[in-house]
Each structure stands twice: as structure tokens, then as C-alpha cells.
Write a protein that binds this ligand. Structure first.
Ligand code: ARG
Length: 400
């Protein structure tokens, strides 16, 4: 049972499994919004002689059960990457297991190399969900270079697309990852043709676009006043942000296996929605909640990135995060302009910001005279320490 994308690596794998293992291959393509033609993938698999093929549209489930939790957790790996690839792996693995068990498959095969993160995500999740089925990772075993792979594909009559020669691409509705080729020179700007979902900022419209996003219990529910289900909402924000050149990310990333890699992403919707969500949280949560949750969020995104989606700690953190979202309801207004993104307003029925309390001009119920005593206690230890330090620096009195 092979997780099949229709791309170069996994097409080569069909032939490889047939030749080397003398295997009957079942392929499954899981649609997480990668924007590939599912029917074309199915046709290609069948042409390569698979026993059976399954196409699964998991886009709604992906949006609701994987992306929405990531929004609640403000998930940005190393502060930059919205884990658009990472999130899809445990879902694909779960679908593989579901079908493999039904079909009685004896091996679970993925096309990941031994250098990346995806092997970790697949192996850990598959191994946790179906310990009785063998996992096979031929590309890792094989150690073919990309050029050798392309050459092999040609001898087997597997079509190689132009972009496959240039970049290695992985996409989900949450974003598009572009690797390899010219991008490996981290000192050079990514070529314009690496991008497909975002226009170059300098080619974006000369007028800013204002977007409001409404949240209910921590998840987005409406865009520009229009209520939308999860998947449609994300697709809509992808379009809006993409046409304004918002969401390009150039990142030096620490992979799970220790390598540093230069990664280029375009994640238009993720960039906008995460920025809006974070802003709204700050308006409705207490300072203690905001600061504590930052630590929980960091742990959550690390687990999700590092292939530990099914670790119980992630569930534990989800329990905290879900509870913390009960007040995260309201609206955030953002300005998108030639690649830049700014929150320019927010409102919430649960706001802890009170403009009357913070006002400089009128008498409010905030009693300034309390501040003096508060500061006295707040700085108590700091003053003690500094006075000791001063005393120890004074020249010692000479002995007679
Ligand atoms: N570095 C990213 C991650 O680990 C993206 C990987 C993209 N995969 C690919 N085959 N291009 O999540």
C-alpha cells in the first residue's frame, strides 16, 4: 500500500516495488488541498500497473481537525513556518492505515528520503497506528540522487514534469513548500518562478485591501462579513492574501534529523489568519494566560512538526488550548498591501481592553494613587540587591 502523490518520487516507487519486491501495489492519494488533479494521479497509477487505487478527499477533515487546532495553537515552527506540510502527514498516515487494514496490505510504503522530516512523521504515525504492518521507505533505502531518479523514470516511461526537474514541491491547503534546485544556495533570493500562489509584492495592486476575519471560540468563521465553512474560508483567504503578495516565507529551518535547510514557502491564508488570531487572543486573555500559553504553543508546534502528532502530550496540550479559546471570539481587521500585512483593528465582546480605563484625558476608575504602593512592593527585591551591590563596591576602610 503506497501513499501516492502522482509526482515523480512515488511514480518511480510503483515500478520499483513491482520489480524489486515483486509486489502487487495498491496506491492511495489523499487530497489535502495540494491542488493536484486527482483523476490524473489515478490514471497515472493505473497506467503504471497498480492493483487498485484509492482517491480520498480529506480536505474538509484536514481543515477542521488539523488546521483549526494549529490556528488555536498559533502554530509557527521556529516562529516562521506554519507547518503546512507537517500537519498533513498524520492525516495521510491515518488514511493509509484505514485502507491498508481493509485491503489486508502487508506493507506500508512512503516515498520520503532519509534526510527530511516527512519520514519521521510517517514512520512514527504509521508505527503507532498499525504496529503489525511493515513500513517500507525505498527512497531512503535506495539513496538515489534526484538526477538518477529522473533518469530511472525516463527508462520506465514515467513522465517527468518541468517543475519536478527544477524544485521539489509539497502543498496542502495551508501552504506550499518549495525545495531543491537553485533554492539550495541560501544566499540567493528565490527565483520568481518558485512561487505560484502569491504574486510578487511589486506586482500586487497599488491599493491596499482591507480584510476582516471573525473568530468564534478561537477559530475563523467569517471573512469580510461572510460566514464560511473551514475549508472554503481558508481557500478564500489564500486568494485574497495571494493577490496582495502576502505569505512568502524564506526560512533557515532546523529539521528533526539535525540538518539545517533553506526552505521557501508561500502560505498566504496561514500568514493572515495566524496573525489575526494571535492579536485577538491578546485582547481577550489575561496577561498570565498570554504568557503561559506562549510556552504551550511552542511545545505544541514542536510536537506537530517533529512527527509526534499522536503522542499523548499533544492531546494533553490540546485540552489546555481548547479551554483557553472559550473567549477568543471577535473580529480582527487587517490591511494587506504589496506583500505587507498589518493588523489595524480588533473588537470583541470579551475584550479586557477598556478604552475608558486606559484613557489619558479623563478621570477613570483606575486609581493612580495605588500605583505608588504597588511599585514599592514590585521593586522591593530589585532595590535590595542593588543597594547590596553598591555597598560591596565601596572602597574598604583601611586597617590601622
Ligand atoms: N520542511 C518542511 C517540513 O518539514 C517542508 C517539507 C516539504 N517536503 C517536500 N517534499 N518538498 O514540513
Amino acid at each position: 500500500m503506497l501513499a501516492y502523490s502522482g509526482g515523480l518520487d512515488t511514480s518511480v516507487l510503483i515500478k520499483y516495488l513491482q520489480e524489486k519486491y515483486n509486489a502487487q501495489v495498491i496506491t492511495v492519494t489523499v487530497d489535502v488541498g495540494q491542488g493536484e488533479d486527482l483523476e490524473a494521479a489515478e490514471e497515472k497509477a493505473k497506467k503504471l500497473g497498480v492493483l487498485k487505487h484509492f482517491s480520498i478527499d480529506a480536505k474538509d477533515e484536514f481543515a477542521k481537525d488539523y488546521i483549526f487546532p494549529a490556528i488555536k495553537a498559533n502554530a509557527l515552527y521556529e516562529g516562521k513556518y506554519p507547518i503546512s506540510t507537517s500537519l498533513s502527514r498524520p492525516l495521510i498516515a491515518a488514511k493509509m492505515v484505514e485502507i491498508a487494514e481493509k485491503e489486508g496490505a502487508t506493507g506500508l510504503v512512503h516515498g520520503c528520503t532519509g534526510r527530511g522530516n516527512d519520514q519521521v512523521r510517517f514512520d512514527v504515525t504509521l508505527g503507532a497506528l498499525a504496529p503489525e504492518i511493515k513500513i517500507i521507505a525505498p527512497v531512503r533505502e535506495w539513496g538515489l540522487t534526484r538526477e538518477e531518479e529522473i533518469a530511472y523514470a525516463k527508462t520506465k516511461g514515467i513522465p517527468v514534469s518541468g517543475s519536478a526537474k527544477k524544485y521539489s514541491i509539497d502543498a496542502s491547503v495551508w501552504g506550499r513548500a518549495i525545495e531543491c534546485g537553485l533554492l539550495e544556495d541560501a544566499s540567493q533570493a528565490p527565483p520568481e518562478d518558485a512561487y505560484e500562489w502569491t504574486v510578487a509584492p511589486e506586482k500586487a495592486p497599488d491599493k491596499p485591501e482591507i480584510v476582516t476575519i471573525a473568530f468564534d471560540d478561537g477559530v475563523p468563521v467569517a471573512v469580510k462579513g461572510k460566514k464560511m465553512p473551514p475549508l472554503a474560508l481558508i481557500e478564500e483567504v489564500n486568494k485574497i492574501a495571494g493577490r496582495n503578495g502576502v505569505g512568502r516565507i524564506d526560512h533557515i529551518e532546523d529539521r528533526i534529523v539535525g540538518l539545517k535547510s533553506r526552505e521557501v514557502y508561500e502560505c498566504p491564508a496561514a500568514t493572515v489568519i495566524l496573525e489575526a488570531h494571535k492579536d485577538l487572543e491578546k485582547m481577550v486573555m489575561t496577561r498570565h494566560e498570554v504568557l503561559f500559553k506562549q510556552q504551550i504553543d511552542a511545545q505544541w508546534v514542536f510536537l506537530a512538526y517533529a512527527g509526534l502528532w499522536v503522542d499523548p502530550l499533544k492531546d494533553d496540550l490540546d485540552a489546555f488550548i481548547n479551554k483557553s479559546q472559550e473567549n477568543v471570539t471577535g473580529e480582527v481587521k487587517l490591511k494587506l498591501y504589496k506583500g505587507s500585512l498589518q493588523v489595524i483593528g480588533r473588537s470583541s465582546p470579551n475584550s479586557l481592553y477598556d478604552k475608558n480605563l486606559a484613557n489619558y484625558n479623563i478621570k477613570t476608575s483606575f486609581n493612580q494613587s495605588y500605583s505608588k504602593g504597588f511599585i514599592e512592593l514590585w521593586g522591593l527585591q530589585t532595590r535590595m540587591y542593588n543597594s547590596l551591590k553598591r555597598a560591596s563596591k565601596k572602597p574598604k576602610a583601611k586597617k590601622a
